[in-house]
Ligand binder design. Structure first.
Ligand code: OXD
Ligand code: MN
Length: 594
């Protein structure tokens, strides 16, 4: 092992690496520098081993995962706080000592025959006091490549290890290799998967999966689960939110953050091309926002990530030109189909699939086949800097000021296209009451409704009752006029034939226009039992036929909704803050009259 850069100012980092070598017993150790040459040589290594397919797009590669390793595994994800109560009723918990013992057994010798990669990385712009650093140790070169795109990874990140604090993360695919034993194409160990967080230690251990959110530890594990705990303790917010800038035809600009559950259109919204002349949307982030109060009393947000790990099926030149441009080079594709001329294909890219395709399962795909050629949770991993609508403030050290926060989910009925909360407290209630039809981003039955408060259910590193209280408290830290306005949106209402009522994509700008105006106290609105609804939207150039359905509050359906909410909130028992108990009671009164 060659220590060719100076770690001497961080003895904890050195002992973390040394202890992990001792535990995992790798064949080699590679300290990642984050150079282009290093990236290229890892790609070459994977191509030589048939684990990656070089595509005709410049510097782009395709990976097929093991069919049992295709999504986040929430059932195997743990928050091992000292007290069970601190993990709360929505997280899996095991006593930390017991879990450590189990992990040490699993990790013992788990990297035999493999190279251990040490990745220093920075979440957030270099030099920003909102940024935080981590070290991921992994035995997966695919993870190294992905982290090199998704984070600011390498030698430069070490300069940010100020004050000694870093989040240690150990990841292994969990498949040691005996001497001379051949590797499989996508090593993983589904029977022993564990994604574990120790919130008091601020540490992460992940075993048995090589896939996305389970293995790229900077993303969900650090930037959400561990960071939400840091945010609770330090008085800020770490959220599963996109951040975008909107400019109106007069050149006035505002930034908004929006939380939608996984695979519900955050990347699409943040990269959208407005269909309304003169309106422009620019991207700061598509998945995670870290927000802090600044001296002016407003919330400022950064995107801690440096890349996008987006869902591939459904993306097309017609609906998502900015994404299509972004992924034209330097991109990793996972579980999409391969064309005869070494390009990639997924359902939705073109109306008709090309003649010769290899499916994500590595098999010849027959036209008209009932099973999709690309997995429903197939992904692209791409540098965010390549996105044509990247906001000029993307690397602002202080972040951008947030004027509005949106919550939303995938709901085929009940929830109108858009409404505004009465105030911050009611807005926190809207965030807490998000529910959405399940997608393929995590294991589980598709389409089933599940509550996903703040779209953080799988990502909150502590008791969600306390998390709601933290949000309520943030609203008392500044004056009401400085707080972002809070809205709820639902792009996904369907008619009785199952057809979407709202066209979505670039047309969502019409909803953003109303939100923009409401932030300035403008825009038509009426008070309803659930919040302020628009009287109308700017429908210039689009049929308004469905608008009244889209903006309808259906009281019988809302009666059921309230009942659903009561059942869900009961899960928190005494941990539900009084502010939300009050909001639920008031909503019930407005809907049911009692
Ligand atoms: C993601 C997710 O990958 O939320 O962003 O699952
Ligand atoms: Mn996400």
């Amino acid at each position: 092992m060659k220590w060719d850069f100076d770690w001497s100012n961080n003895p904890q980092a050195i002992s973390f690496v040394q202890n992990t070598i001792f535990l995992c017993k790798p064949k080699n150790v590679h300290l990642c520098e984050g150079t282009k040459e290093e990236y290229a040589s890892l790609c070459q290594l994977l191509v030589n081993q048939n684990k990656a397919i070089a595509l005709k797009r410049p510097n782009s590669y395709l990976f097929f995962s093991d069919p049992e390793d295709v999504a986040r595994v929430e059932g195997c994800t743990y928050i091992c706080s000292k007290e069970e109560r601190d993990a709360g009723p929505t997280n899996h918990w095991v006593q930390p000592k017991l879990m450590k013992k189990k992990l040490k057994d699993l990790f013992s010798g788990c990297m035999q025959g493999r190279t251990m990669y040490v990745l220093p990385y920075c979440m957030g712009p270099y030099g920003s006091d909102k940024a935080k650093v981590g070290i991921e140790i992994t035995d997966s070169p695919y993870v190294v490549l992905s982290m090199a795109i998704m984070t600011r990874m390498g030698k430069r990140a070490l300069q940010e290890f100020r004050g000694g604090f870093f989040v240690p993360g150990i990841h292994s695919v969990g498949v040691p290799l005996k001497k001379g034993e051949a590797d499989v194409l996508w090593p993983c160990n589904p029977k022993n998967r564990l994604i574990v967080h120790f919130p008091e230690e601020r540490s992460i251990w992940s075993f048995g999966s090589g896939y996305g959110g389970n293995a790229l530890l900077g993303k969900k594990c650090f930037a959400l689960r561990i960071a939400s705990v840091l945010a609770r303790d330090e008085g800020w917010l770490a959220e599963h939110m996109l951040i975008l800038g909107i400019t109106n035809p007069q050149g006035k600009k505002k930034y908004i953050a929006a939380a939608f559950p996984s695979s519900c259109g955050k990347t699409n919204l943040a990269t959208m091309t407005s269909t309304l002349p003169g309106w422009k949307v620019e991207l700061i982030g598509d998945d995670i926002a870290w927000m802090k109060f600044a001296k002016d009393g407003r919330f400022y947000a950064i995107n801690p990530e440096y890349g996008m790990f987006g869902v591939m099926p459904g993306i097309s030149m017609r609906d998502n030109p900015n994404i299509m441009h972004t992924i034209s080079k330097n991109t990793l594709f996972t579980n999409v189909a391969l064309t005869k001329d070494r390009d990639v294909w997924w359902e939705g890219l073109t109306e008709k699939p090309p003649l010769h395709l290899t499916s994500w399962l590595g098999e010849r795909w027959i036209q008209g086949s009932k099973t999709p050629a690309a997995h429903l949770n197939a992904r692209f991993t791409t540098p965010i800097r390549q996105c044509p609508n990247l906001d000029p403030a993307f690397e602002n050290l202080d972040g951008v000021p947030i004027s509005a926060i949106l919550f939303g989910g995938r709901r085929s009925s009940t929830v109108p296209l858009v409404y505004q909360s009465f105030n911050w407290k009611h807005g926190v209630f809207l965030g807490a009451s998000v529910s959405s039809e399940r997608t393929a981003a995590a294991e589980g039955a598709l389409g089933k409704l599940r509550h996903d408060p703040f779209s953080m259910l799988p990502f909150c590193g502590y008791n969600m009752g306390d998390y709601f209280a933290h949000w309520l408290k943030m609203g008392t830290k500044t004056s009401a006029d400085k707080l972002p306005k809070i809205f709820y949106v639902n792009w996904f209402q369907k008619d009785t034939n199952g057809k979407f009522l709202w066209p979505g994509f670039g047309e969502n700008i019409r909803v953003l226009q109303w939100i923009f105006e409401r932030c300035d106290g403008e825009g038509s609105f009426e008070k309803t039992p659930i919040g302020f609804l628009p009287k109308t939207l700017n429908m210039q150039g689009l049929s308004a036929n469905n608008l009244s359905k889209l903006l309808h509050v259906d009281i019988p359906l809302w009666k059921k909704e309230v009942q659903e909410m009561e059942e869900f909130f009961a899960v928190f028992e005494g941990d539900l803050p009084q502010g939300l108990v009050d909001e639920l009671r008031e909503l019930k009164k407005r809907i049911c009259g009692s």
